[in-house]
Design a binder for this molecule. Structure first.
Ligand SMILES: Nc1ncnc2c1ncn2[C@@H]1O[C@H](COP(=O)(O)OP(=O)(O)OP(=O)(O)O)[C@@H](O)[C@H]1O
Ligand SMILES: [Mg+2]
Length: 248
């Protein structure tokens, strides 16, 4: 087993006026290469904070994050940003697409940010659009797509650079049930077929049920872990029963 992501004793305090809110109170975890891990917890429990630290979007107050062997906590801002771009892909609840760019350009964005021409990776971009079921939509603008299609574009963009880790924060939170299920299946397929490592944040058991392992967060701490293993049915029943058994 290769550990691809490791967090050691992460603490995060946000200053609020004269005081501070302790969003994370010492979180340690490790994620193996090819694993699909879900982070589950109530609103305000610290899930998004955790994901932002794990993906290098923000820095912990104390503690360390190691991504694919690189201790990002020891890097300066510029090197940390480069590592984040190379090693991670993000998907968010509200898609975060650029409205003025075409679908193809949105997917090519990570390459453009790295300094390549928008057209330099045309084959790769078309392949990604195919993977997420959007072949033929490359020339459209995001506002011409449905919410589910926009999330597919965001997913294609997140996968563009073959990131070591895909981090998703409530990727189905703005989608109806069926559309959300399609996105979850795409995530699971990328893990099962391509070996993509995934960390998914969600408050829904039915989304977390796609994961191999579920970390349960409460008040800024990981309180429990439910190991589900790789399954094809994605039935949330087992997870819900296990969570009930934990008194959650
Ligand atoms: N920028 C910030 N400044 C101050 N407090 C913050 C900030 N971001 C988050 N917090 C606080 O930290 C705690 C954890 O927030 P976080 O957004 O990580 O929760 P969450 O589990 O993602 O919640 P949700 O399910 O509602 O998205 C909350 O108490 C929140 O109010
Ligand atoms: Mg959140």
């Amino acid at each position: 087993m290769t550990v691809i992501l490791e967090a050691r004793d992460l603490v995060k305090r946000y200053p609020v006026g004269e005081r501070s809110v302790e969003a994370l109170r010492g979180v340690s975890l490790s994620v193996a290469q090819g694993e699909f891990v879900a982070i589950m917890g109530a609103s305000g429990s610290g899930k998004s904070t955790m994901l932002q630290l794990l993906g290098g979007l923000d820095r912990p107050t104390s503690g360390q994050v190691v991504i694919d062997g690189i201790n990002v906590s020891q890097l300066d801002d510029e090197a940390a940003t480069l590592t984040r771009r190379r090693k991670t892909g993000f998907v968010f609840q509200f898609f975060n697409l650029i409205p003025l760019l075409s679908v193809r350009e949105n997917v090519a964005l990570p390459f453009m940010i790295a300094g390549d021409a928008a057209t330099a990776h045309r084959g790769r971009v078309d392949e990604l659009l195919q993977t997420v079921g959007l072949a033929g939509k490359g020339d459209q603008r995001p506002d011409q797509l449905s919410a589910g299609e926009q999330q597919r574009v965001a997913l294609a963009r997140a996968l563009a650079t073959n990131p070591a880790i895909l981090l998703a924060d409530e990727p189905t939170g703005n989608l109806d049930f069926m559309t959300g299920t399609e996105i979850l299946k795409l995530l699971w397929d990328s893990c099962d077929r391509l070996g993509q490592t995934i960390v998914l944040v969600t408050h829904e058991a039915r989304a977390a049920a796609y994961a191999d392992r579920v970390l349960v967060v409460r008040d800024g701490e990981i309180r429990d872990e439910v190991v589900l293993g790789r399954r094809r049915d994605h039935d949330p029943g087992t997870l819900i029963a296990r969570l009930a058994g934990l008194g959650l």
